[in-house]
Design a binder for this molecule. Structure first.
Ligand SMILES: Nc1ncnc2c1ncn2[C@@H]1O[C@H](COP(=O)(O)OP(=O)(O)OP(=O)(O)O)[C@@H](O)[C@H]1O
Ligand SMILES: [Mg+2]
Length: 400
């Protein structure tokens, strides 16, 4: 049975009763709308909304709170919520209580405001309205809201992209200017070496000049690589091959020593659409860091499994989730330096005397270009774990 209004589509949804129309004074006395929450259409309309909705009566009792509202606030619906004080139902979300209560107090209600829930790490965009009866008296308030966390994250990524773009332009210019004098230093040091064949001290000094110039040159090359926009050459990529290759490449870049490396792959992993070369740079850099952190002793575990993510939680259940592969690279080394968690992906952040601090910045850039994400967790003294989540089908192609 459909819940259509008896007046047909377009007609206002008003339940008519057999009683004669109330007089003006009678109408003024009416405080609550006649059992609106009991109307099945009204109930379905509100519960199907993709926005969170919280409505309260003037006396502070809850008129309704839909499922999306409970989800966004991370609350479980109690057995009986309608009719209870909204301050009780939202007891664990005092910020939300303040916002709803303000709807009765403010003379100008915000059209679009934001609420940050620090404990849930969520950002909510909301609108407030007052509910008025025919006489214009305020009989309730409504808060409509949406989870903006993902939008915020995208904006943050956009800002970072802009920052890196201008930083990149500058860095590319400097790197370019440095390449020539560095090449000159290498050539001249080579000539000098031949002019002082008999002086051991001079030979040692020249060797130092050469190795420092080579290091500076390697940093310049890495910097140019970092600032260059990523252009993906997407092809079907086998994760097992890629990870094995990355281990070999990392071993060639640094000293593996006695470090044990295990690779665990889920059976029947799908091929993913990715740039094989660039993605292997991601894992090579992660493994190089792990080898460097372990300094010749310890374990590295690499695992690769399938997963799935909901692109927008508001569409959960409506859209099929995006299939992903999740690669974890974990070591049992010293863990990240204290307070470094926020900085390790920043270009030029390094704690190593010979590091350029571009390894993880390049990693993040390539993962982003694949529409993937990277997370890190670390326990001091127990190790560090990087988790790379990549969509099986991806690749917007360009990322500056
Ligand atoms: N597995 C790890 N264990 C402990 N610390 C790590 C690990 N991986 C990264 N780090 C920390 O993050 C910092 C930044 O890493 P990143 O790879 O960006 O630069 P780097 O290794 O110092 O230099 P390079 O440009 O040569 O890679 C490192 O200097 C180190 O302090
Ligand atoms: Mg590194």
């Amino acid at each position: 049975m459909s819940d259509m209004s008896p007046q047909g589509p377009g007609a206002p949804l008003v339940r008519r009763s057999a009683r004669p129309a109330p007089s003006q004074t009678e109408r003024r006395r009416t405080v609550r709308p006649p059992a609106a929450a009991d109307d099945p259409f009204f109930r379905h309309l509100v519960s199907s909304m993709r926005n969170g909705v919280i409505a309260v009566h003037r006396d502070g009792s809850l008129a309704l709170m839909n499922d999306e509202a409970y989800r966004i606030f991370g609350l479980t619906r109690p057995a009986e919520d309608v009719g209870r004080k909204f301050t009780d139902v939202l007891h664990d979300r005092p910020a939300a209580v303040r916002v709803v209560a303000s709807a009765f107090e403010l003379s100008h209600l915000p059209n679009r405001a934001e609420l940050r829930l620090k404990d849930l790490d969520r950002v909510i965009g909301y609108t407030l309205s007052q509910v008025k009866n025919d006489a214009g008296d305020v009989i309730g308030a409504v808060m409509y809201f949406k989870d903006l966390t993902q939008v915020e994250q995208l904006e943050e990524r956009e800002r970072l992209r802009d920052r890196l773009a201008s930083l990149g332009e500058m860095a590319a210019g400097i790197a370019h200017e440095l390449k020539n004098p560095l090449a000159g230093i290498e050539v001249m040091a080579g000539l000098l070496r031949r002019q002082v064949p008999d002086s051991e001290n001079a030979q040692l000094l020249v060797a130092d000049i050469l190795s420092e110039a080579k290091l500076a040159n390697a940093i310049v090359v890495e910097m140019l690589e970092f600032v260059r926009p990523v252009r993906l050459q997407v092809a079907h990529t086998d994760m097992t091959d890629m990870l094995q290759q990355s281990v070999t490449m990392a071993e060639s870049k640094t000293n593996r020593g006695d470090v044990a490396v295990t690779i665990e792959m889920e059976e029947d992993l799908p091929m993913i659409e990715a740039d094989h070369h660039q993605l292997s740079q991601v894992f090579t850099n992660l493994l190089t860091n792990a080898f460097e952190a372990l300094d010749g002793r310890g374990k590295i575990s690499i695992s690769c499994v399938t997963g799935a993510i909901d692109d927008d939680p508001a569409f959960a259940g409506l859209q099929p989730p995006t299939p992903t592969v999740i690669v974890e690279v974990a070591d049992d080394g010293p863990g990240l330096p204290h307070d470094a968690m926020d900085k390790i992906f920043d270009p030029f952040f390094t704690t190593k005397p010979q590091g350029s601090g571009l390894g993880l910045a390049i990693v993040r850039k390539i993962v982003n270009a694949h529409d993937g994400r990277i997370d890190v967790s670390s326990v001091p003294g127990a190790g560090t774990r990087f988790r790379v989540t990549l969509p099986v089908k991806s690749a917007t192609g360009w990322f500056k």
